[in-house]
Design a protein around this ligand. Structure first.
Ligand code: AMP
Length: 526
């Protein structure tokens, strides 16, 4: 599997950039990534309405209620899910569907969960949601019909349920009464994401007797081996630990016929391609493949071509515009992943010396938010967090503590922070770089509002190098300093389908050179 790293890149060229921006809209309609673009649906912007609704929800959360305890709880739960819905069901996003034969009526996007005609026990995991999120509504018809599927959607779009429910159906259709064997495999690049997926699938599976296990490094193998031995239907894990378990003979994947590669771009950026290939080779040759990726670089496309059906479906969910707020001073610091904690402490001493100004720290995953919050509290900082694992009342409380200044330091994931109108944030710190440059622009836009100036300080690590070209362009466009340590990752924008730069897509032959593994001294895996 060796060979040199192959990345087809486009040199940074101002004229080309302008041209691409100009034709961005046009090319989105004309691009033919895998097959013919058959549907492009754009939903109306409802920001104002959403904000008003959100405000009224928050007000009712905070106001004293005359309702009885259980009524209040019920109301709170409904409101919690209403707000979650608004975040995930972001209707301002464009959905692009491409691939062969995608316009057949059986693949029409769902407008309700009941339309999917699935057993109640399988749909139980969706009972608190009002309707399918865009990625769910488009993915289910294809996945439930056995099609290979590529989803270009970031964490926070509802993608776990988008592949989780079809995975449950796949397992239930094959399940025999004897001991469970792994029939579904989910590979994730990081431990935190693997755990997050595992939490969702375990809960969804418990309603229909589907068991799962999460295999990830940095923790004892014993309980994971016990779970595998007692029989599981779904194996979720990070590539390193998963490969270990296979080599130990504890994880047998020969019956796996539903495979999900989550955050495929990140997985390849972290150099896990050899492990991914090795693991895939252990699964059943007749299988349904699902791939989720926040971006669509060449290496991911190549992997898709190799392991997927020749006619996979590709559904891309993404926002349209990308241009950073020029009132924000953007500082990008390239550093080693391990030194982020120390740097965060130092930055807080610098930016949050008064302990009174509002500082917003962004992380990627819910588990990461809890970890960073705890770490800062232990160091004596008055930090609170908002993330999807927190109940709404806890999120509302954290937010009001942040707003009123009792805890002016807030740790947030993109999902939880989406749509929140937080006034007077002086500094945004990106502890983890987001999965897309669009999310970066969205995050830093939390400061520099209402005519004020803001600062956005961003940690950028080797794992984010795939986004360096786009980030350089965002910085340049806003007239910001581009550090040399960032340009060393490349000032080019990868040849890929990009919402900012349009589609520069070309089919890649299966014999194109393969990328090689990058070895990190501080690898997240064992
Ligand atoms: P994911 O992209 O899987 O990380 O999902 C992010 C969040 O979306 C989770 O907190 C889910 O509970 C929530 N979610 C998933 N599906 C829906 C839906 N149809 N409506 C509202 N929220 C959802």
């Amino acid at each position: 599997m060796g060979g040199r790293k192959f990345e087809l890149e486009i040199p940074h060229d101002e004229k080309m950039e302008k041209r691409e921006k100009k034709h961005k809209k046009k090319s989105r309609l004309e691009e033919t990534p895998i097959g013919e673009v058959e549907k492009v649906s754009k939903m109306e912007k409802k920001e104002k309405k959403k904000k008003e609704k959100k405000r009224s929800i928050e007000e009712s959360e905070l106001s004293p209620s005359t309702a009885s305890g259980s009524e209040e709880k019920k109301k709170r739960k409904t409101e919690e899910h209403k707000e979650k819905d608004e975040e995930v069901l972001d209707e301002t996003k464009t959905v692009t569907v491409s691939g062969n034969n995608t316009s057949d009526s059986k693949y029409a996007p769902l407008t309700s969960f009941s339309q999917a005609n699935l057993p109640e026990k399988v749909l139980q995991c969706c009972q608190n949601f009002t309707k399918p999120s865009p990625i769910q509504s488009h993915a289910w018809p294809f996945l439930l019909n056995g099609r290979d599927f590529i989803g270009i959607a970031a964490t926070g779009s509802g993608k776990t349920i988008a592949f989780g429910v079809p995975a449950l159906m796949h397992i239930l259709n094959k399940k025999e009464s004897k001991k469970a064997v792994p029939r579904c495999l989910v590979l994730s690049p990081t431990r935190e994401l693997a755990q997050q997926i595992s939490d969702v699938l375990s809960e969804a599976g418990s309603a229909c007797g589907v068991k799962s296990v999460c295999l990830y490094g940095g923790t004892s193998k014993g309980p994971q081996i016990s779970a595998l031995r007692s029989g599981v239907d779904i194996v979720i894990g990070t590539p390193g630990r998963m490969k270990d378990m296979i080599e130990m003979g504890e994880c047998i994947l020969k019956d796996v016929s539903f495979v999900v590669l989550d955050e495929a771009d990140r997985m390849l950026d972290l150099g896990f391609e050899p492990e991914v290939r090795a693991i895939l080779s252990q699964t059943c040759s007749v299988r349904q493949m699902v791939m989720f990726s926040a971006t669509w670089p060449l290496a991911v496309h190549q992997l898709a071509q190799e392991f997927m059906d020749p006619n996979p479906v590709k559904v891309a969910v993404g926002s349209e515009d990308l241009s950073a707020n020029h009132d924000v001073m953007q500082i990008v610091e390239v550093l080693d992943e391990r030194s982020r904690d120390e740097r965060l402490f130092a930055l807080l001493e610098k930016y949050h010396q008064s302990r009174r100004n509002r500082v917003l720290v962004f992380v990627l995953y819910k588990k990461e938010a809890s970890r960073v919050e705890l770490m800062l509290q232990r160091k004596g900082w008055k930090a609170v967090s908002i993330h999807g694992d927190k109940a709404q009342h806890a999120r509302t409380e954290a937010l009001s503590l942040f707003k009123e200044g009792t805890s002016p330091l807030l740790i947030a994931t993109d999902v939880a922070a989406r749509g929140l109108d937080i006034p007077d944030v002086e500094v945004v710190i990106n502890y983890s770089f987001p999965l897309t440059t669009e999310d970066y622009v969205h995050r830093i836009g939390r400061t520099g509002r209402a005519g004020k100036k803001g600062v956005a300080h961003t940690f950028f690590t080797q794992a984010n190098k795939g986004l360096s070209g786009e980030l350089v362009n965002v910085l340049r466009e806003a007239g910001q300093v581009v550090p040399a340590s960032l340009t060393k990752f490349g000032t080019h924008v990868k040849k890929k389908e990009s919402k900012l730069y349009g589609a520069h897509f070309k089919e890649i032959t299966a014999d194109a050179p393969k990328s090689t593994k990058i070895t990190f001294a501080d690898s997240d895996e064992d």
